[in-house]
Design a protein around this ligand. Structure first.
Ligand SMILES: [Zn+2]
Length: 102
């Protein structure tokens, strides 16, 4: 296995993280379709998407790995994204927006 594909453990439950087209998610996350919505029926909900509307940089797998290790990712506008396991805003990431310079 190369360094780039080395598996990273979930910061919540330490299960291995998996990757799909939309992002990185915990192996224990199981999404089921219920009517018009999708709910997680798994033991863990940890996931980070590659794309975010608020953050002006598409994350790579390496970026997500950095977030999990406690590092900060900065986008083109100077906004800073970091890991937030409290999930206060419904995501596992927190964005500190750069002050707009007029
Ligand atoms: Zn997990």
């Amino acid at each position: 296995m190369t360094k780039a594909t080395k598996r990273v453990a979930c910061p919540l439950c330490e299960a291995m993280l998996e990757v799909n087209d939309s992002g990185v998610y915990c192996k224990k996350r199981e999404i089921e379709e219920r009517g018009t919505s999708f709910i997680n029926v798994g033991d863990c909900d940890f996931h980070i998407s590659f794309k975010s509307q608020a953050f002006k940089k598409q994350l790579s797998r390496a970026d997500i790995k950095k977030l999990i290790k406690g590092k900060t990712i900065t986008d083109t506008e100077g906004n800073k994204m970091s890991l937030d396991l409290s999930q206060d805003n419904g995501f596992y990431t927190y964005i500190e927006f750069a002050k707009k310079v007029k």
